[in-house]
Design a binder for this molecule. Structure first.
Ligand SMILES: Nc1ncnc2c1ncn2[C@@H]1O[C@H](COP(=O)(O)OP(=O)(O)OP(=O)(O)O)[C@@H](O)[C@H]1O
Ligand SMILES: [Ca+2]
Length: 706
C-alpha cells in the first residue's frame, strides 16, 4: 500500500495530475476521460498508477461487495456520463419527400408536364390548354405523397423497434444486493455480474471470476477469443462473454466507450429491401426500359412519317404552329407509353402490405427485425425449433430424484425423511456449491433465485430440503469453476471443505456425467464401485425419467488428493450421488400451432440439447415426432459424411444432445436441399443457427444480440 502510494505520488508529481473541481466536489478521485482512456487503451501503466482495480474502485467510491448506493446514480451521471449513445437525428418527413422526387420516371413526367402546360397554353389558351399538364402534375404529387408517407411511417416504426431491441437488463450489485437494472441506468462504479452469452454492457475492469473468455470480434474483427483475468483485466463494451463468469467494475459508459464511438458512425439507418421488393424493382426496371424503347421508337416512327409526308408535299420550308403542335403530340404519346408501361406502384404496393403485416405481427408481440422477414416467413417450408423455452414453458421444477444408495425414485417431499444424512449432506453441497444461480435477498428481505431455470429448480429443491445458501457459501471456499455451456453440457467446481481437503463437484447432462463416474454412494453413504449391473440400473432410471419427458441431470463428486492442481477440474473418477428429473411442461397451444404448420405443409423439426428420450417424449407430445420420422443424437449426425447427411436430412424430426454447431449444420443442409428454413430459439446456443437460417425467430428472453 505504502509502495503503491509512493508510486502514485511520484507519478502524480510527474504528470501534474490535478482533478477538476466538479470531480473533487462530487467525491471522486479520477477524471472521466482519464479513466475511460486507461481501459480503452489497455493502459497497464496508468492502471497501476491509480492503484489497480482496488485503487480505481476507491477513486470511483465503489465497493466490491456492496456496489454503489442507488442514491448516488445522478451524481455519477453528472461526472461520468450516461450509458446512452448519441444517435443521428431522425430523418424528417421532408427528406422522404425529397427522396421520392428523385425518381427518373417522375422527373421525365415533370418535364413533360411543364412542356405540355407551356405548349398547351400557347396553342389552346387558358384554361383549356392546361388540363393535361396539371393532370400529370397532380398524379405526380399523389405518388410522391404516398411514397413519402409510407417510407416515413416505416422509419418511425423501425425507430420504435430499435428502442424495443435495446431494452436489455443486466445484473448489478447495488446497495449490497444483486438486482436487475436496464443497461441505460448503468453508471461508472457499478459492479456488474457477467455470465456466458452476455454482451459486456459498458467498459470496465475485471474484479473476480473464472475462466472468462471474451469474444471481441464485434469490435476488432479478431475472431480468436481473449482470456480476461486479474493480469489482463480490461473489458470493452459491446464484446461478448463466450465462456466463464465474472464480476466487473464499470469504468466508462455511453459515448466514452469505443462501442459508443462505433455506434455513432453506424447509427445511420440502412435501407433494407425485401427479396420480393428487389425482384419487383427489377421487373419494374425491365418493363420500364422496354417501355422507354417502345416510346422512343414510336416517337421516331411518327416523326419520320410526319417528315416524309412533309418532304413528299414539298412543304419542308413552311413550318406552322400546327406542325409544332403535332410534334408535341407525338412526344405526348411517347410519354404516355412510358407512364403506362412503368409499373411504379408495384414495389410501393408491396412495401405497404409488408409494413402492414409487420404491424400485425407486432400487435401479436412478435418483433420483426427486418421487413423482409414477413415475406420470407410466408414462404418457409421448414421450421427448426429448440425445445427448452420455445416449446416448453421454461418453468422448471424438480419432479423426481433417484439416489444411488436408495435405488428408489422419490418425490421432492419424501427425500428428507427417507434419505441418510451423509447422502443428503453431499447432495446439498452439489446443489448449492456447483451452481451459477444465486439466492438473493432484496431490500425487504424477500428471497428470490436469480439464474437459469434448470439451476433455479435445483436451488429451490435445496431450500425445500432445508439448506441455507449463504451458510454454504460462507463455509466452503470455491477454488475454481467451469461454468455450464451448451457444448460441454455440464458444470463443475472445485471446493475447499471447511474440515479440510478439496472436493470436485460435477452436474450436467445425465449420460455425460454418468460416463465420468466409476463409483456411486450406497445406502450408508459409502462409495462403492459401479458395476455393470449398477450401470444398467442407472441407465434404466435415466431413460425412465426421460421417457416421462423429464429433463434429467446427474450429480456427482470426487474427493481430491492433497496438493492437487487447482487450475484444472478433473474429468473422470467421479462418484455418482443422484439423478434428478426436472419437469418443464409443454406450453399450452404448442400442439395446435404444430398442427397448423403441418396443415400448411411446413415441416417442424426439434433440435435440442436435451436427452434423446426426453426430446422424443416432448416431440411426441407436441405432435412433431411421427411413427416414420427420424430421431437421432447430434453426435450421430455429426459423424456422417456429407452425402449421407444430405440423404437423411429431410427425414429428421428430432435431433437431441446437439451442439450449437449441429443446429447450424442441420440448417445449412436443409437449405442446401432447397428448403426455406425458419429457426426459432431463445438461447445463446441457438445463435449460430439463427444466423444461418432464412428467418431467425429469436424468442427474446436473454439479451442475446443476433
Ligand atoms: N445449468 C446447468 N448445469 C448443468 N447442466 C445443465 C444446465 N443446464 C442444462 N444442463 C444440461 O445440459 C443439457 C443441454 O443443455 P443445452 O443448453 O444444450 O440445451 P437447452 O438450450 O437447454 O435445450 P434446447 O436446445 O432445447 O433449448 C440439458 O439437458 C441438461 O441436462
Ligand atoms: Ca434453448
Amino acid at each position: 500500500m505504502v509502495h503503491k502510494a509512493a508510486i502514485r505520488f511520484s507519478d502524480a508529481g510527474r504528470t501534474e495530475y490535478t482533478l477538476s473541481k466538479e470531480t473533487q466536489d462530487a467525491g471522486f478521485g479520477i477524471e472521466a476521460d482519464e479513466l475511460a482512456s486507461i481501459v480503452r487503451g489497455h493502459d497497464t501503466k496508468g492502471f497501476n498508477t491509480h492503484g489497480g482495480t482496488e485503487g480505481i474502485a476507491k477513486e470511483v467510491s465503489s465497493s466490491f461487495t456492496d456496489g454503489i448506493s442507488s442514491s448516488d446514480v445522478s451524481r455519477r451521471q453528472d461526472i461520468y456520463g450516461v450509458n446512452k449513445y448519441t444517435e443521428k437525428p431522425p430523418r424528417g418527413f421532408w427528406t422522404f419527400v425529397w427522396e421520392a422526387l428523385h425518381d427518373l420516371t417522375l422527373i421525365i413526367l415533370m418535364v413533360c408536364a411543364v412542356v405540355s402546360i407551356g405548349v398547351g397554353i400557347g396553342t389552346e389558351g387558358l384554361p383549356k390548354g392546361m388540363y393535361d399538364g396539371v393532370g400529370i402534375l397532380l398524379s405526380i404529387f399523389l405518388v410522391v405523397l404516398v411514397t413519402a408517407v409510407s417510407d416515413y411511417k416505416q422509419s418511425l416504426q423501425f425507430r420504435d423497434l430499435d428502442k424495443e431491441k435495446k431494452k436489455i437488463f443486466v445484473q448489478v450489485t447495488r446497495d449490497g444486493y444483486r438486482q436487475k437494472i436496464s443497461i441505460y441506468d448503468l453508471v461508472v462504479g457499478d459492479i456488474v455480474n457477467l455470465s456466458t452469452g452476455d454482451i459486456v454492457p459498458a467498459d470496465g475492469i475485471f474484479i473476480f471470476g473464472y475462466n472468462l473468455l471474451i469474444d471481441e470480434s464485434s469490435l476488432s474483427g479478431e475472431s480468436e477469443p481473449l482470456d480476461v483475468n486479474q493480469e489482463k483485466p480490461f473489458l470493452l463494451c459491446g464484446t461478448k462473454v463466450q465462456d466463464g463468469y465474472a464480476t466487473m467494475l464499470v469504468t466508462a459508459v455511453g459515448m466514452r466507450t469505443e462501442w459508443g464511438k462505433l455506434m455513432e458512425t453506424l447509427s445511420e439507418e440502412t435501407d433494407d429491401e425485401t427479396p420480393l421488393q428487389v425482384k419487383l424493382n427489377g421487373v419494374a426496371t425491365i418493363i420500364g426500359k422496354i417501355g422507354l424503347v417502345f416510346a422512343v421508337l414510336t416517337f421516331l416512327v411518327l416523326t419520320t412519317r410526319f417528315l416524309v409526308v412533309k418532304f413528299v408535299h414539298q412543304e419542308f420550308s413552311h413550318w406552322s404552329s400546327g406542325d409544332a403542335l403535332k410534334l408535341l403530340d407525338f412526344f405526348a404519346i411517347a410519354v404516355t407509353i412510358i407512364v403506362v408501361a412503368v409499373p411504379e406502384g408495384l414495389p410501393l404496393a408491396v412495401t405497404l402490405s409488408l409494413a402492414f403485416a409487420m404491424k400485425k405481427l407486432m400487435n401479436d408481440k412478435a418483433l420483426v427485425r427486418h421487413l423482409s422477414a414477413c415475406e420470407t416467413m410466408g414462404s418457409a417450408t421448414s421450421i427448426c425449433t429448440d425445445k427448452t423455452g420455445t416449446l416448453t414453458t421454461n418453468h422448471m421444477v424438480v419432479d423426481r430424484i433417484w439416489f444411488s444408495g436408495k435405488n428408489k425414485e422419490l418425490k421432492g417431499n419424501e427425500v428428507k425423511t427417507e434419505t441418510s444424512e451423509t447422502i443428503l449432506a453431499i447432495f446439498l453441497q452439489v446443489i448449492f456449491l456447483n451452481t451459477g444461480a444465486e439466492v438473493v435477498k432484496d431490500k425487504d428481505g424477500k428471497t428470490t433465485i436469480l439464474g437459469q431455470p434448470t439451476e433455479s429448480a435445483l436451488l429451490e429443491l435445496g431450500i425445500l430440503l432445508g439448506g441455507d445458501f449463504d451458510a454454504f457459501r460462507q463455509q466452503y471456499q470455491i477454488k475454481n469453476v467451469e461454468p455450464f455451456s451448451s457444448v460441454r453440457k455440464k458444470m463443475s467446481v472445485l471446493v475447499t471443505l471447511p474440515e479440510g481437503g478439496t472436493r470436485a463437484f460435477c452436474k450436467g447432462a445425465s449420460e455425460i456425467v454418468l460416463g465420468l463416474c466409476n463409483k456411486m454412494i450406497d445406502c450408508d453413504g459409502h462409495s462403492v464401485d459401479l458395476s455393470e449391473e449398477h450401470m444398467k440400473n442407472i441407465t434404466n432410471v435415466i431413460n425412465g425419467f426421460a421417457n416421462e419427458a423429464l429433463r434429467t441431470l446427474c450429480l456427482a463428486f470426487k474427493d481430491m488428493d492433497d496438493g492437487c492442481n487447482e487450475d484444472s477440474i478433473p474429468e473422470d473418477g467421479y462418484t455418482l450421488v443422484a439423478v434428478v428429473g426436472i419437469k418443464d411442461p409443454v406450453r399450452p397451444g404448442v400442439m395446435d400451432a404444430v398442427r397448423t404448420c403441418l396443415a400448411a405443409g411446413i415441416t417442424v423439426r426439434m433440435v435440442t440439447g436435451d436427452n434423446i428420450y426426453t426430446a422424443k417424449a416432448i416431440a411426441r407430445e407436441c405432435g412433431i415426432l411421427t411413427e416414420d420420422g427420424l430421431a437421432l443424437e447430434g453426435s450421430e449426425f455429426r459423424n456422417k459424411n456429407p452425402l449421407e447427411m444430405k440423404a437423411i436430412v429431410s427425414n429428421i424430426q428430432v435431433m437431441a444432445r446437439s451442439l450449437p454447431s449441429d443446429k447450424h449444420t442441420l440448417v445449412s443442409y436443409l437449405r442446401n436441399v432447397g428448403e426455406v428454413v425458419s429457426v426459432t430459439g431463445d438461447g445463446t446456443n441457438d445463435a449460430p443457427a439463427l444466423h444461418e437460417s432464412d428467418i431467425g425467430l429469436a424468442m427474446g428472453i436473454a439479451g442475446t444480440e443476433l
